[in-house]
Structure formats: structure tokens, C-alpha cells
Design a protein around this ligand. Sequence first.
Ligand SMILES: NC(=O)c1ccc[n+]([C@@H]2O[C@H](COP(=O)([O-])OP(=O)(O)OC[C@H]3O[C@@H](n4cnc5c(N)ncnc54)[C@H](O)[C@@H]3O)[C@@H](O)[C@H]2O)c1
Length: 300
Amino acid sequence: MGRLDGRVAVITGAGRGIGAEVARCMAREGASVVVNDLGASMDGSQSEGTPADAVVEEICRAGGKAVSNGCNVTDWDATEALIAQAVDSFGRLDILVNVAGIIRDGMIFKMDEKQFDSVIAVHLKGTFNTTRHASVYWRENRGGQYRIINFISGSGLYGSPTQPNYAAAKMGIVGLTNSCASALVGYGVTANCIAPVAFTRMTESLAGKSTVMDYSPDNEKISVANVVPPVVYLASEQSEWLNGRIIQAGNGRIGLFNSPAIEREVTTPGVWDMGVAFEEMEGAFKEAVVYPNPFRKPKS
Ligand SMILES: NC(=O)c1ccc[n+]([C@@H]2O[C@H](COP(=O)([O-])OP(=O)(O)OC[C@H]3O[C@@H](n4cnc5c(N)ncnc54)[C@H](O)[C@@H]3O)[C@@H](O)[C@H]2O)c1
């Protein structure tokens, strides 16, 4: 018995890296999967092969059920067809995993418009496209145990200095996920984020450089296999209690991020006097603001 027997999943960006491992593992757990991947170079500027076909072949050889889709997630019509392909091929859609991604790094003062727009298009618009089309199907077929699982990043949560485009796209996905978590729960859909860490082509340049983690191909803790268990959990019917949250996955850890909440506040009965607001903010907040991220330490 698989943990996802009878369930149908669409996984974007599943030709390589984490997405491919999610597809293989979901198929092993009994899901029928639509493996989407455009075969993009890491900056999204070129197509390189047909990695989705290779993953489908591998899954089918191992006795699983999978079909391939090569669409670009930024394409509205093509993503509508991607969702339809799941229903046409396997009769239903239960799980949508948005993994597709590119990076085009640069400091904010050097970033051009194309660098920004292209990264927003793949991550944020791509996630919106698939989610919007899937939500139409789920609204028409309410009563299932439907799941949206969106890949985000510590880059946005903590503020990577060289990735303003990527950080913004990923935090946009957090807002999109929260909105869907509220809007769709009545239709049986939960929506959560995964913040992964794994050794893939996206992170291989960090090998030997990161002070936080050992990113190297022979560190099994940082393998893509360590990202997958919480993703499969979220995809299963068992996770219906979990909605609108961010789960950390990778490096041997599964974490639950806290939800944004007011930590401290100061109040006034009327309209703030500017001087009082300055004083009260410093008095109440300053000692609570720590700099756990080395990138964000103020100059001393
Ligand atoms: N690897 C990490 O440590 C890490 C950390 C934080 C977040 N992430 C996120 O996890 C996800 C997977 O990353 P990965 O490390 O496996 O990267 P990867 O580059 O190995 O895989 C990404 C896949 O997305 C595909 N893709 C790109 N643009 C596409 C498009 N327009 N349409 C369809 N497919 C497209 C690529 O062809 C590629 O196969 C990404 O969203 C990434 O931002 C990864």
C-alpha cells in the first residue's frame, strides 16, 4: 500500500533536482504523476534537452504511472492544458506541486528589468497560472482532499543580498499561498509552502563555500531525498489539518515556521505625537530586534 495510492499529481519543474525526486517518490507511493519541465537552463534563457521525458521513462520502467509535459509555466494557456492533461490522462487531479524555478542573481543596484521580470514570471506568475487553473477544477469537483504545495526559499525569508528578484518572487508565493489557503479550504483544498535546502545544480556553486551548511554532492543529508518526505506528507490525505504554513525541508530537518504575528506593540489613545512614537518604538522594540542573519548585521 502506497501513501498516495489512487491520487493524481501535477509537479512542475520535475525534470531535474528536487522536482524530479518528488515525482519519483510520489510515483513510488502510488500516485499517478504529470511530470512537467521545460528543460530550462538555470537562468531560464535556453532550453536544454527533455528532462521530463527521462523522468517519466524512469518512473514507468520502475512500474509507476507518469506522463510528460514540456510546457513553460509562464504560459497561461499551456498551464491550463497541463491541468487538463492530468484529468484526461488519469481521471482526476488531487495534488499540485509548484517547483519550477530559475535564478538570475545580482545586487539590487546592478539588476536590470529583464532579470527581475523573468524570475518573477517563472516563480510567481508560473505558480499563479497552475494554481488558478487547478482551482477551477477543484471548485467544480469539491469534496476531495486536494493539495497545493509551493516551493519557496530561505532567500526570501532571510533576505539573500544577491537575489532581490528571486527573494521577491518567493515571498510573493507565500502571499499567494496564504490567500489560497483561506479561499480554497471550503472546497477541500489546503495550500502550504516548502522551504527546501538540497544539493542541486542551483546550489552546487555553494559547495565548500557556505558557512551555514555542507553543500557537497557526497553529503547525503543535503540530498534531494531529504526534502521529499514532508512534501509527500503534505500531498497525502493525512495532512488535512495543515493549511497556510511554511515547512522547512532538507539537511535532515523538517521544521514548522512560525506564522507572522505582532511581537510587541505600543499604542496611543488618539493620534501619535511624532516624538512620543520615536521614543516608544525604540523603548519597546529595540531590544527585541536581533540580527541572526550575518547578511543583515548593521555596520559597527
Ligand atoms: N536547491 C535548493 O537548495 C533550493 C533552496 C531554496 C529553494 N529552492 C527552490 O526549489 C525548487 C527546485 O529547485 P532545484 O534546486 O531542484 O533546481 P533545478 O534547477 O535543479 O530544477 C528546477 C527545474 O525547473 C525547470 N524549469 C525552469 N523554468 C521552467 C519553466 N518556465 N517551466 C517549466 N519548468 C521550468 C528547470 O528546467 C529545472 O529542471 C525551485 O523553485 C527553487 O527555487 C531550491
